[in-house]
Write a protein that binds this ligand. Structure first.
Ligand SMILES: Nc1ncnc2c1ncn2[C@@H]1O[C@H](COP(=O)(O)OP(=O)(O)OP(=O)(O)O)[C@@H](O)[C@H]1O
Ligand SMILES: [Mg+2]
Length: 237
């Protein structure tokens, strides 16, 4: 399968602080790749590097196009949508306004309206709260809104930063069921960053374990799940 995303020798950091020390990983078109790792390993920084919101060096090919050196807006226009950690919805705007804002680069108004309708079908709770400020939503609803807003770009690649963080198991299950459906039914490729290794490995086809800015382990989800050190440190058995 052709690679949709091919990351080679990626370095990234904040000022004098280097966080990523030359990482390599890939994501095949139509698949799901997970990046696992402890606090501070560099997972969030990896997503920021792909979106070019942090200083980077190395190569990030998206469908053959080099992302390094591009303006973030142009990365978005190529079809890469980022759901950042902490959701990134606009709390003072309503659910509906957040979704409309998600489609801001699009010119097809009818398509935008249809996609908002689809978001409400995917997450009926958002429809019930469509006129409420996003800041009043529960954590789970905000995550649903953040994902829906990213989907308004009709992305080919969805970057998700810890979508399970701080949410009750039932809400997490609902969100992950939708992510699987997005991938299987609509062909959206997903790069998923998670501390919850079990969840991530159940969803992903392949995974990479980051340790202090380096890839410590790479393989299929089954291979990673069987790894002794991963089991002890991340799966707890
Ligand atoms: N804006 C920033 N300025 C300076 N240093 C930062 C910034 N953001 C992150 N860092 C540092 O970069 C390192 C990696 O952080 P990053 O957020 O990528 O880790 P992470 O794997 O996502 O961790 P977590 O699981 O806690 O979200 C950490 O040491 C962190 O302190
Ligand atoms: Mg993080």
């Amino acid at each position: 399968m052709p690679e949709l995303l091919e990351v080679r020798g990626l370095h990234a950091g904040y000022g004098a602080t280097q966080v990523l020390h030359g990482i390599d990983f890939t994501l095949a078109a139509g698949r799901i790749t997970a990046i696992l790792g402890a606090n501070g390993a560099g997972k969030t920084t990896t997503l920021r590097a792909i979106c070019q919101t942090v200083a980077t060096r190395g190569s990030v090919l998206f469908d053959g196009a080099q992302l390094v050196g591009r303006a973030t807006e142009n990365v978005v226009r190529l079809g890469v949508a980022h759901v950042p950690d902490g959701r990134g919805t606009f709390g003072a705007l309503t659910v509906d306004e957040n979704l409309r804002l998600g489609g801001y680069v699009r010119r097809d108004r009818a398509g935008v309206a249809a996609d908002i309708e689809q978001a409400y079908e995917r997450f009926p709770r958002l429809r019930e709260r469509r006129r409420q400020p996003a800041g009043l939503l529960s954590g789970g609803e905000q995550q649903m809104l953040a994902i829906s807003r990213a989907l308004m770009l009709r992305p080919r690649l969805l970057l998700l930063d810890e979508p399970s963080f701080g949410l009750a198991p039932m809400v997490v299950a609902e969100i992950f069921r939708i992510l699987r459906a997005l991938n299987e039914d609509e062909g959206v490729s997903i790069l998923l960053v998670e501390q919850n290794a079990k969840l991530a490995l159940d969803l992903a086809d392949q995974a990479y374990l980051l340790e202090t800015g380096r890839v410590a382990l790479a393989g299929s989800s089954d291979e990673i799940r069987r790894d002794e050190a991963v089991r002890r440190a991340y799966l707890g058995y």
